[in-house]
Ligand binder design. Structure first.
Ligand SMILES: [Zn+2]
Ligand SMILES: [Zn+2]
Length: 208
């Protein structure tokens, strides 16, 4: 069975004690998994589904404790064909996502990486050196936002500047074998955890 969504329009229909009299079936053969999202006071129930019109994996909220949804049900029922299509659609999405993360990671300013100052005037203009220290900017940081400074070694002298004023020189290219391995371990997970982690990594801030 798929998602069964109540089409009852009156309280009489809802209270027949015979179950739903106007059930609507959605995503037949296309429910990949389900999970519960716990909010502050309520829980929402989600299905991870294959959406044929858009040829993509998405989620559908089919029930919640915050309103009357007792006639709605969810049964994981994806066919092997649908699972194959879903897997085939997620692999390139993960590849793109994880490649972008690895590229961003290579550009992160870290101790040991060689960086270049991007300022065009003043005493730090154009300096190149290895990051020897990175730490909290005590002057600019507030309780809401932490700023960082780096100390880079240039000709035996340590020069300090805001981390946003430097960039990594020649960031390492993405290791394709490592990327392929990360993609495989992402798609091997069960659908609810795979989908949630896909959504989560979209907005996740990179570590400093
Ligand atoms: Zn109903
Ligand atoms: Zn919620």
């Amino acid at each position: 069975m798929p998602l069964i969504i109540c089409g009852c329009t009156s309280s009489e229909e809802r209270n027949t004690h015979r179950g739903c009299v106007k059930p609507r079936h959605e995503y037949v053969g296309a429910v990949l998994g389900e999970y519960e999202h716990n909010g502050g006071h309520d829980s929402d129930f989600y299905a991870v589904v294959w959406d044929e019109p858009t040829q993509s994996v998405t989620t559908k909220c089919w029930g919640t404790t915050s309103s009357w949804t007792y006639h709605n049900h969810c049964r994981v029922d994806a066919t092997p064909e649908v699972i194959a299509k879903a897997n085939a659609s997620m692999r390139p999405r993960w590849t793109e996502r994880l490649r972008a993360r690895m590229e961003a990671d290579a550009r992160l300013v870290r101790v040991g990486r060689v960086v270049r100052s991007t300022t065009t005037r003043g005493k730090n203009a154009g300096l190149v050196g290895e990051v020897a220290w990175k730490g909290r900017d005590k002057i600019r940081s507030t309780r809401y936002h932490t700023y960082y400074r780096v100390g880079i070694d240039v000709d035996g002298t340590r020069r300090f500047m805001p981390v946003e004023n430097v960039e990594v020189v020649e960031p390492a290219p993405v290791n394709e074998a490592e990327l392929a391995q990360s993609v495989e371990s992402a798609v091997r997970r069960d659908w609810p955890s795979q989908y949630r982690s896909f959504v989560y990594t979209a907005g996740a801030p990179l570590p400093q």
